[in-house]
Design a protein around this ligand. Structure first.
Ligand SMILES: Nc1ncnc2c1ncn2[C@@H]1O[C@H](COP(=O)(O)OP(=O)(O)O)[C@@H](O)[C@H]1O
Ligand SMILES: [Mg+2]
Length: 424
């Protein structure tokens, strides 16, 4: 039974510990009537020698009393584990309700899957373990489709074509029930706006990112080309490949939140690392993230973030917001994850601004600006210039690289505008 007390609703937060599986770590309580939430570690969990903090910045293991969320806001680390626009659309289809009528807690805990992104999971009681908490889900645990990208792409294309949930019944009639639920429920833990699904391929767990109605170019291919170009610039990237289906190209991104043995790995976003910012406010800069990462034990982030910043500025990847950066969390500290979601913006502008500040001239996406303030990355000016020039040299070959990745000539012509800051 759901823990309902006069105090509110209690949700057990589980975390996957290596070789131990999901263990209860904390209790999230949604208090009535004002929906303020508190989050407190379990005493048994804190005493474990292998306990990992959910959020080492705002919610360290030494926290004696439960933390209280800001009104109407979910704890940042839990917000990281919840879906964004695409997952919320799926949720509203499954729930038969508009997503804005669901609370953040409903959205977070609706459906459990063994393939859930990250290492957190939710349930009603510590002894029962994680389970789906939405009434429509009936406690079931969803697993993701195996190898069946064509079927998933078909379902996703249908859903992408729906403007609102009014067509839900029609859609459900047209699809085999089980495939429908499985394919879509896998989206409920993955963030971001693009249509996507979690899938299991022969060589491990992947995120599939699909083409979308209204894309001006072949986004999956361009994202693959950009990610592999970033790798050639010395940036640590998630592995990608492209599959063709009857419903357009699909990008497969290898999941870094699973070990080779398939065990979940816990990670937090740049929003959680940079606790002073919020989704609605100012997001600070790369320099802030570099310094914060170092303070929390990540010696490697400085140069890595510097490379990502230079690369993003020179290919107009302006969607480099704090949720597109992430850090693994272990007991001893944090470590930056491979980069993901690196792709030039679809919209053509005369000048580009990154989402994060990147130099003395704020968010201006120019080489001069990204080279202007390297000290917070632990780099001297001359070191930064050397790294920057190395990246420029590789990026100059972008046209050949994109063509070799199968990006069409027409798309390459449009991409010229995104690479315009690259010194010739
Ligand atoms: N390779 C990956 N492994 C694990 N999690 C990932 C990976 N790539 C992305 N994610 C998670 O999924 C979310 C959405 O992916 P993203 O590529 O950013 O999609 P979108 O283009 O829709 O923003 C990210 O914010 C991140 O939390
Ligand atoms: Mg993203």
């Amino acid at each position: 039974m759901m823990r309902m007390t006069s105090d509110g609703r209690g949700i057990v937060v589980f975390i996957w510990l290596p070789e131990k599986g999901y263990v209860p770590a904390a209790l999230l309580t949604e208090h009535r009537p004002d929906r303020l939430c508190t989050l407190g570690y379990g005493q048994r969990y804190i005493r474990r020698p292998d306990a990992v903090p959910l959020d080492p910045v705002s919610f360290p293991l030494v926290m004696a009393t439960p933390a209280t969320s800001r009104r109407g806001e979910m704890f940042s680390v839990l917000r990281d584990a919840a879906p964004d626009r695409w997952g919320r659309k799926i949720l509203s289809l499954l729930a038969g309700r508009h997503a804005v009528t669901l609370t953040e807690t409903d959205i977070l805990t609706a459906a459990h899957s063994a393939n859930r992104i990250g290492a957190l999971a939710f349930g009603e009681s510590a002894s029962e373990g994680p389970k789906s908490m939405a009434l429509w889900a009936g406690g079931s645990v969803y697993s993701v489709p195996r190898d069946d990208i064509e079927q998933v792409a078909y379902v996703v294309a249908k859903v992408d074509g729906l403007d609102d949930d009014a067509d839900l019944d029609e859609l459900r009639r047209a699809l085999p029930e089980e495939a429908f639920m499985q394919a879509l429920a896998s989206s409920l833990s993955v963030g971001g706006g693009r249509p996507k699904a979690l899938v299991e391929m022969d060589d491990g767990a992947y995120i599939a990112k699909f083409s979308r109605r209204g894309d001006p170019w072949n986004e999956p291919r361009i994202e693959h080309a950009t990610m592999t170009l970033a790798a050639r610039c010395g940036i640590s990237v998630a592995g990608t490949r492209v599959l063709e289906t009857a419903y357009g190209s699909v990008l497969l991104v290898k999941r870094f939140d699973r070990t080779d043995a398939g065990e979940p790995r816990h990670f937090i976003s740049g929003f959680t690392l940079h606790a002073a910012i919020s989704e609605e406010g100012m997001w600070g800069g790369y320099q802030d993230l570099a310094q914060l990462a170092r303070q929390h034990g990540d010696a490697f982030s400085g140069q890595e973030l510097f490379r990502r910043m230079v690369f993003n500025a020179l290919c107009a990847n302006i969607d480099d917001h704090p949720r597109n950066h992430a850090w693994f969390v272990t007991r001893t500290g944090i470590a930056i994850t491979p980069v993901y979601d690196v792709v030039p913006t679809q919209a053509r502008f005369r000048k580009y601004e990154l989402a994060l500040a990147c130099g003395h001239r704020g968010r201006e996406a120019t080489l001069t600006n990204v080279l202007s303030w390297p000290e917070p990355f632990g780099l001297r000016k001359d070191e930064a210039e050397d790294i920057g020039m190395g990246i420029v040299k590789v990026m100059r070959g972008w046209r050949e690289h994109y063509a070799a990745c199968g990006v069409a000539e027409r798309d390459i012509r449009e991409l010229e505008h995104r690479f315009a800051q690259l010194p010739g």
